[in-house]
Design a protein around this ligand. Structure first.
Ligand code: CA2
Length: 190
């Protein structure tokens, strides 16, 4: 079974790292109906994290802060619950795996929040996959990529994103979930 962050480690009982899992999965996984097909089921938001974000909190605290990716996941889970959303939070170091997860969101998730990390600045393939899903997409960067090295100023992913949040630390993820709730409401989704 493909698994995201924590490969080889037991996954948290409450949160599965696989985005948009198949509907025959374990009981505690969020149900997969999207777009209000079942108004009692919270819309599922895939929160996808790219390479090296598993290292958060271990190095470069002056750039990325001291929070770990587990802290980010807990923040997202708490925020999503308050907003009536379900999340599927994952991290991968692989470009192909990230693209596969994006593709799997089609017809299963109501929206995508993505911190593509280094692939933001390099991956036309990831951009293409995001353009193909036809879902609201919020791109998040913990740091303000525009105040950093020039090579970080261009994000191909931004060309596919509905909106971008950068430079607000891990609170950017919570803000992205709030923005997603608004985007879904505008679309008439629960
Ligand atoms: O600011 C962000 O969220 C970034 O997406 C983070 C990426 C970077 O390549 C982007 O330009 C901006 C880097 C993620 C790796 O994070 C680390 C954290 C701690 C130690 C080492 C890497």
């Amino acid at each position: 079974m493909a698994r995201g962050r924590g490969a080889g480690k037991p996954a948290s009982a409450a949160r599965d790292r696989r985005a948009c899992p198949p509907s025959h999965g374990r009981a505690r996984r969020p149900a997969l109906s999207r777009n209000g097909s079942n108004p009692l089921t919270p819309p599922l938001i895939a929160v996808l994290n790219g390479p090296n974000l598993n290292l958060l909190g271990t190095r470069q605290p002056e750039v990325y802060g001291r929070a770990t990716l587990d802290d980010v996941e807990a923040l997202c889970a708490e925020t999503a619950e308050a907003l009536g959303l379900a999340i599927d939070f994952r991290q991968t170091n692989g470009e192909g795996e990230l693209i596969t997860w994006v593709q799997e969101c089609r017809g299963r998730a109501a929206g995508i929040i993505i911190n593509p990390a280094g692939y933001s600045h390099t991956s036309i393939a990831l951009m293409d996959s995001l353009k193909a899903v036809d879902l609201p997409i919020v791109e998040v960067h913990i740091s303000n990529i525009h105040r950093r090295e020039e090579f970080r100023h261009l994000s191909y992913v931004s060309k596919a994103a509905t909106g971008v949040i950068a430079g607000l630390g891990i609170q950017g993820y919570a803000l992205a979930l709030r923005a997603m709730a608004e985007l879904l409401a505008e679309r008439g989704e629960p």
